[in-house]
Ligand binder design. Structure first.
Ligand SMILES: Cc1cc2nc3c(=O)[nH]c(=O)nc-3n(C[C@H](O)[C@H](O)[C@H](O)COP(=O)(O)OP(=O)(O)OC[C@H]3O[C@@H](n4cnc5c(N)ncnc54)[C@H](O)[C@@H]3O)c2cc1C
Length: 483
């Protein structure tokens, strides 16, 4: 459906559910709601996944540090979700990844504490991979591992993903079941029977029986559209990541401990190395974050504790964690999901993790009174038939692997126009495996409107660190930079 027709539908239909916010939580709720037969509209003021949901550490994980914080339930649930995502929901997008936890002399943890923690974590993960690793083996897994002062290492397993594409896959899942989905559409008023949406310069009245506020860092702003006197319910914490060259030959990520609770990561991701993250209280508007020199210095210093010969910084991005309000350091705050109902019935969903988005979505539907919830995992578009993909043409193994990872069994759909126009098989940008066919697909089938939508959230072209109008300079969570 083109944009004009979508806007007409938005104005004409009466929806069971209007979801505000097209990050992973809003997209996940829309996907789950359509699977339960609801007539759904999903609106996003910027691009889908344009904020936090493309600025995460890209981990689908139980969270070793949550275990240290005593949150066994959260870890168990997250592990279960990780297994569902890897096996059924999006096996093309969520890949298992071993993690090396190096233990240096004088480090913040006693080795037996870490080894016991890793054993418990692995038991909760139902993973066979755990235990102590020799330095020789550690170096085989992570060739750039710093070995001076290394006492031993522990090994456990989690998973990595492409967060932006996981979000788009959920939007697509909802749209395939007849949801009206629209990006660059901002909710400006919340009413008893729906909301006003500003889209392409005009205000559209959207009629909906139920409204969900899944706007992440903007949660309290939307709550105040419904109830001017709504008190703040969440705190925000900024997390910055860097992309550097490197990661070749790595078959594990590195978990780097900094104190009793906080760790940072060096993760081989999409052919680069992802470093981060920071955790600093963010005060002020959600739009007003930025990557400071101090953030960059901290990340490089912390990564350098365990990784040597770090390559040049190619890109940086920041995002905001939404934490339940309350005192204390943000790194120690519990990563719980908070559901609140406003006076006209709007349900606000805050916090939680990318990893548990599916569970959060189902819990939200339960809160909304949806009956006979089916909690079994469902494949997202592209997640089935991965073993027998009918490729329309010969491709080199790198390109094929890349397309399989990003689109799963939808990859032939991306490539089909290239049968008529072979120039679509040319690289989108030099040095990356993305093809021009992906740009066409992004604009025609995946609601991309700007270059940044294409380069940053539909493909991995931004990782080339483009110079002109440098997308690597555009913070992923900065909607102002998108308009
Ligand atoms: C630094 C960092 C690292 C993280 N790493 C991990 C990790 O490795 N693994 C993990 O599981 N989780 C991780 N998380 C958590 C995870 O990224 C978030 O829980 C998740 O992305 C939140 O998604 P969301 O949909 O709630 O928010 P968002 O993705 O921020 O989406 C909210 C959307 O609402 C839109 N919106 C705002 N106002 C309006 C309006 N008026 N009308 C319409 N739309 C509006 C915004 O534009 C935005 O796109 C991390 C978070 C951060 C910040």
């Amino acid at each position: 459906m083109d944009r004009v027709a979508t806007i007409e539908q938005l104005a004409a239909r009466r929806f069971d559910l209007l979801v505000i916010g097209g990050g992973i939580i809003g997209a996940g709720i829309a996907e789950a709601a359509t699977a339960h037969g609801l007539n759904v509209a999903l609106v996003e003021r910027g691009d889908f996944a344009g904020a936090t949901s493309s600025a995460s550490s890209k981990l689908v994980h139980g969270g070793l540090r949550y275990l240290q914080m005593g949150d066994v339930r959260l870890v168990r649930e997250a592990h279960q979700e990780r297994r569902y995502l890897m096996s059924v929901v999006a096996p093309h997008l969520v890949e298992r990844l071993p993690f090396l936890f190096p233990l240096y002399r004088g480090g913040p943890h006693r080795p037996w504490v870490v080894r016991t923690g890793v054993l418990l974590y692995s038991a909760l993960a139902r993973a066979k991979l755990n235990g102590r690793v020799s330095t020789k083996r550690a170096l085989r897994l992570v060739p750039q591992l710093r070995t001076e002062g290394l006492h031993s290492s522990a090994l456990y397993a989690d998973a990595r993903t492409n967060d932006g594409r996981l979000t788009i896959a959920n939007v697509r899942g909802a749209a395939d079941r007849n949801a009206v989905v629209l990006n660059y559409a901002e909710v400006t008023a919340v009413r008893d029977d729906g909301a006003d949406v500003l889209v392409d310069g005009q205000t559209v009245r959207v009629a909906a029986r139920l409204v969900v506020n899944a706007t992440g860092p903007w949660l309290d702003k939307i709550r105040r559209l419904e109830d001017e006197s709504a008190a703040p319910s969440v705190r925000l914490s900024k997390g910055v990541h860097l992309i550097v060259d490197g990661g070749e030959g790595w078959s594990a990520a590195v978990t780097i401990p900094h104190d009793k609770v906080r760790v940072s990561f060096a993760i081989p991701w999409e052919g680069k190395l992802l470093l981060g993250t920071t955790d600093t209280l963010h005060e002020g508007e959600p739009e007003d974050g930025r990557v400071t020199d101090e953030d960059v210095r901290t990340i490089l210093e912390e990564a350098g504790e365990a990784v040597r010969d770090l390559g040049p910084v190619r890109a940086s991005f920041w995002g905001l964690r939404v934490l339940p309000g309350g005192p204390g350091a943000t790194a120690n705050a519990r990563r719980e999901t908070v559901y609140t109902r406003g006076p006209s019935g709007m349900l606000s969903v805050a916090g939680g993790k990318l990893t548990t988005y599916r569970r959060i979505a189902l819990d939200a539907l339960e809160q909304l009174g949806v009956r006979d919830l089916n909690r079994r995992p469902r494949p997202l578009p592209g997640a089935t038939g991965l073993a027998q993909i009918p490729w329309p043409m010969e491709l080199d193994p790198t390109t094929r692997g890349h397309l399989l990872h990003l689109y799963g069994s939808l990859a032939p759909e991306v490539l089909t126009p290239a049968l008529e126009d072979p120039s679509l098989l040319e690289p989108l940008v030099p040095g990356r495996p993305d093809l021009r066919a992906q740009e066409l697909y992004a604009r025609e089938r995946e609601w991309a409107r700007t270059d940044e939508d294409v380069l940053r959230r539909r493909t991995t072209a931004w990782l080339a660190g483009l110079d002109s109008g440098d997308v690597s300079e555009v913070p992923a969570a900065d909607p102002a930079a998108r308009s």
